[in-house]
Design a protein around this ligand. Structure first.
Ligand code: 8Y4
Length: 271
């Protein structure tokens, strides 16, 4: 049984800590040193109260270059091993079926796919395991998704897409009880689209899957506050808190300690 199973129904939302793995910092030469850094960062996040560690080897930032299967594996597998050795619940942020399969050999708990298992072979890679999957909405492709995104009704469109992806998963034998959904803040969305999705976050509960929200340090926070990344901490924690009050079950964040504190305060008032 996955360690995620008893946690996912806990009243207080789970905090998923993001493990930063920037492409250039994981060149072959510096790997040993870098791995030591990553291990420290994982320990810190667990100490700060992270429930899940999200490990990714591909940047989905607009304009980021694509990463080969080999490079992604080189980056991600040692970090999965390190996190597992520390007893963490591990999420792998990948869209590549080969990376999913290799990650599953290390008993990861969650596959976090910003492409919603739409790459060829991805559904097959996770079917048959009892791993959790996070299906995220994205409009377009990372390189170009922020170039004037348009929707008739953003909430309906995101909901429809997620409903279809859930159905596709179920067709492949991935049970609804293993599926987490995510509106994909910032993925092919303007500030207005993002704020509408947040305001109407409750509507996603109709799909009957736990909702994950990732807004930490994103452009939308920068736009609201007119601040660059280093000054987005408070805004990010408030946005995560708002999402939690609207029923988000998992919060994907950089600032674990502060977000856990926010969740503990809400929880004290509600219980
Ligand atoms: C600073 C650094 C500011 C990075 C923004 C960013 C989500 C996700 C990402 C999300 C799920 C990011 C992998 C974008 N966002 N997965 N991944 N949901 N499920 N940008 O919202 O953090 S990467």
């Amino acid at each position: 049984m996955s360690k995620l199973e008893p946690l996912i129904n806990r009243p207080r939302p789970l905090v998923m800590g993001i493990l930063n793995t920037t492409p250039d910092s994981f060149s072959d030469g510096g790997r040993y040193f870098e791995k030591g850094d990553a291990k420290k960062r994982i320990e810190q996040m667990l100490e700060a109260g992270a429930d899940i560690i999200d490990i990714g080897g591909e940047s989905t930032r607009p304009g980021a270059t694509e990463v080969s299967v080999e490079d992604e594996l080189k980056r991600v597998i040692p970090l999965i091993k390190a996190a597992k050795a520390l007893g963490a619940i591990v999420s792998v942020d990948t869209s590549k079926p080969e990376v999913m399969s290799r990650a599953l050999e290390h008993n990861v708990d969650l596959i976090n796919d910003v492409r919603s298992l739409q790459e060829k072979g991805a559904l097959e890679a996770v079917a048959g395991s009892d791993v959790y999957v996070c299906l995220m909405h994205m409009k377009g492709q990372p390189r170009t998704m922020q170039q004037n995104p348009q929707y008739d009704d953003v909430v309906n469109e995101v909901q429809d897409m997620l409903r279809k992806r859930i159905a596709e998963c179920e067709k492949h034998g991935i049970g609804r009880n293993k599926i987490i959904i995510d509106p994909g803040f910032g993925f092919g969305k303007s500030l207005e689209h993002n704020t509408r999705l947040m305001r109407q976050l409750e509507r996603f509960h109709g799909l009957d899957c736990p909702v994950l929200v990732g807004v930490s340090r994103k452009t939308m926070i920068g736009q609201i506050l007119d601040q660059e990344v280093p000054e987005r901490l408070i805004g990010s924690v408030v946005a995560a808190t708002y999402a939690a009050l609207k029923g988000a079950r998992i919060l994907r964040v950089h600032d674990v300690k502060e977000t856990v504190q926010a969740m503990k305060v809400i929880s004290a008032f509600e219980n």
